[in-house]
Design a protein around this ligand. Structure first.
Ligand code: NAD
Length: 389
């Protein structure tokens, strides 16, 4: 069984799917590991380290993809410099494990089905305790939450902690975190460690205790509707509830030095939490870090992929924040991937038991079929634009 690690070619992607430490574990279990030359360069793992861990370095990308029984990646397959599609290089029956953005890029999933590839989408790992150590959305979200605070702090023209010095006393900065899921909680913890005063808001009331246990104040917005969907995720709010929560959070945004927004609703555009009016109400020099930038943004003024200044406020819309901490993001992703491999590769063979809830959740294509109903709906919607209204 050949496990192949591809080089990431998207210009913003510095992570690698498997680090040398994890290669060791797979080779010790009798698996053959192939690594595309320079695959670890963006995260400072050299070809020599991979070789020392027992991997074979393959210079030719086409050869690597074509010989893989299981191909490991971070970002969805893409087009190479010469215009060739990476997914077309996979052999029939190969297994691809990667973030695949299945709802955002259903055409890519259809292509994998046509190639008769078995595709496992890391976004779809179930949020259960059994699958926790494979949960790459969580591991990467926590890196993003940490990065968001550092970016915000670096852009802020003030200190974050309280300082008592001979040159006077500095008041601590106020950080307001909107969306207290995995990324938000990590942002709260990081901002608290640096010494900021932190407030947080989420529509799921269950997070109140977690927020408070990290030393932050929870901003309550009474909403008279169900805000939690299956799997512990948020539901999209009614227009009325959105408006009500905006009124409550507006004053907290106005007082904050840094606002970090992380709110997402799976399969939907990110909810708009910070209006342009709210941005204009902030002190000049304040900062908004919008972690939902690549899903349309939580702030009306965000420009995805760019930092801009509007109404005197710096808006950070950087996408793929985990890639900015590539060493540990890759280490955590590798651990998620290796745990998943251990889950279904037994005695050198892939055991594709789709009765298993983890495999059935993550498998989006198998034997020429698209196995995920939401991806099928997304494809149908693309084909019938009129049906979208
Ligand atoms: P996410 O990235 O989908 O969303 C981030 C946060 O935004 C969530 O807390 C959500 O409630 C919040 N949000 C959505 N709409 C909002 C709005 N209009 N205003 C304010 N906040 C809004 O979520 P996530 O971080 O991936 O995880 C969500 C939850 O999933 C977790 O908190 C947890 O309950 C569950 N989870 C479980 C496991 C596990 O059991 N293994 C692992 C990870 C997450």
């Amino acid at each position: 069984m050949k496990i192949a690690v591809a080089r990431e070619v998207e210009f913003y992607e510095r992570r690698v799917a498997l680090i040398p430490d994890m290669v060791c574990r797979l080779t010790q279990a009798g698996l053959e590991v192939l690594v595309e030359s320079q695959a670890g360069a963006g995260s400072f793992f050299s070809d020599a380290e991979y070789e020392a861990a027992g991997a074979t370095i393959v210079a030719d990308a086409h050869e690597l993809w074509g010989s893989a029984d299981i191909l490991l990646k971070v970002s969805p397959p893409t087009e190479r410099e010469d215009g060739q599609l990476e997914s077309d290089w996979l052999k029939e029956g190969a297994i691809l494990i990667s973030f695949l953005n299945p709802l955002g890029m259903p055409i890519g999933i259809e292509r994998l089905a046509q190639r008769r590839v078995t595709a496992f989408s890391m976004e779809l790992i179930p949020r259960t305790s059994r699958a926790q150590s494979m949960d790459a959305l969580s591991s990467q979200a926590s890196v993003a939450g940490y990065q968001a605070v550092l970016l915000g702090a670096a852009a802020l023209p003030r200190f974050l902690p309280m300082l008592t010095t001979a040159a006077g006393t500095i008041r601590p900065a106020k950080v307001f975190v909107m969306g207290a899921g995995v990324a938000g909680l990590q942002a709260i913890a990081t901002a608290r460690r640096i010494g900021a005063v932190v407030e947080a808001f989420d529509i799921r009331p269950a997070v109140k205790e977690e927020v408070q246990s990290l030393g932050a104040k929870f901003v309550e917005v009474p909403l008279e509707e169900e805000t939690v969907a299956a799997g512990g995720y948020a539901r999209e709010l009614s227009e009325d509830a959105k408006e009500r929560s905006r009124q409550v959070v507006a004053e907290h945004v106005a007082q904050a030095d840094i606002v970090i927004t992380t709110a997402q609703v799976p399969g939907r555009k990110a909810p708009l939490l910070v209006t342009e009016e709210m941005v204009a109400s902030m002190k000049p020099g304040s900062v908004i870090v919008d972690l939902a930038a690549d899903q349309g943004g939580n702030c009306a003024c965000t420009e995805p992929g760019r930092d801009v200044v509007k109404h005197g406020v710096t808006l950070i819309g950087l996408i793929n924040l985990p890639s900015a901490t590539p060493v540990h993001a890759s280490q955590m992703y590798s651990k998620n991937i290796t745990t998943l491999l251990n889950h279904f590769v037994k005695e050198g063979q892939a055991q594709l038991n789709f009765e298993d809830d983890i495999l059935s959740s993550i498998c989006v294509t198998h034997q020429g079929e698209i196995r995920n109903a939401r991806v099928q709906l997304a494809l149908e919607a693309l084909r019938e634009p009129s049906a979208m209204g």
